[in-house]
Design a binder for this molecule. Sequence first.
Ligand code: HEC
Length: 182
Amino acid sequence: MRPLLLATLLACTDAHAATPWQNEAAAQIPPFAEQLLGTVRQAITEGGPIAAVQACQAVAPQIASEHSQHAWQVGRTSLKVRNPDNVPDAWERAVLERFASAAEAGTPVKELRHGEEVDGQYRYMQAIAVGEPCMACHGTAIKAEVQDAIDQYYPQDQARGYQVGELRGAFTLRRPIAQETP
Ligand code: HEC
């Protein structure tokens, strides 16, 4: 038996094993996440948090579309969004609610992920935890002038008041998959 086939068969016997699609989806995330974080860090260093809000507002959607040029479409979503364009659809909302319950029950946020086939697409979500660098713009003690900058761009902002370690949202990915005829 060829090793690849054996590995596939073994993987199928374990309901929790990652599928090839899941591994490929997960691999899309680090470059996307690093570019987002790098951009925010650089903007904070160069111009402070207010300039960084402006930078984030201007480039976060662009970074997502740059990373969506191949089969995968990548983005971020949350139950409490800052950018209304990131509002979850019904499937994403259900997954986020499951992540939130699991986090409440004590599962570490960074372990939360879920992938499945939905209507001819493979969809995957991976939870995002709030870290120290996020607090300047999503935390409980955001500086007044930073709040003003956020209010200016996002009058409906819901993404404040987080503590370090909390579930902030998730990366959300999808790609079309070939339909197999039975
Ligand atoms: C300089 C301010 C700033 C910092 C620091 C910051 N964010 Fe944001 N965040 C924003 C802005 C502005 C948006 C909306 C931009 C967009 O995605 O269109 C946003 C959007 C998001 C979203 C997308 C969902 C939504 O609410 O629209 C997630 C998830 C997120 N941030 C998580 C984080 C995490 C995790 C960190 C820390 C690693 C972080 N942010 C640090 C300003 C910031």
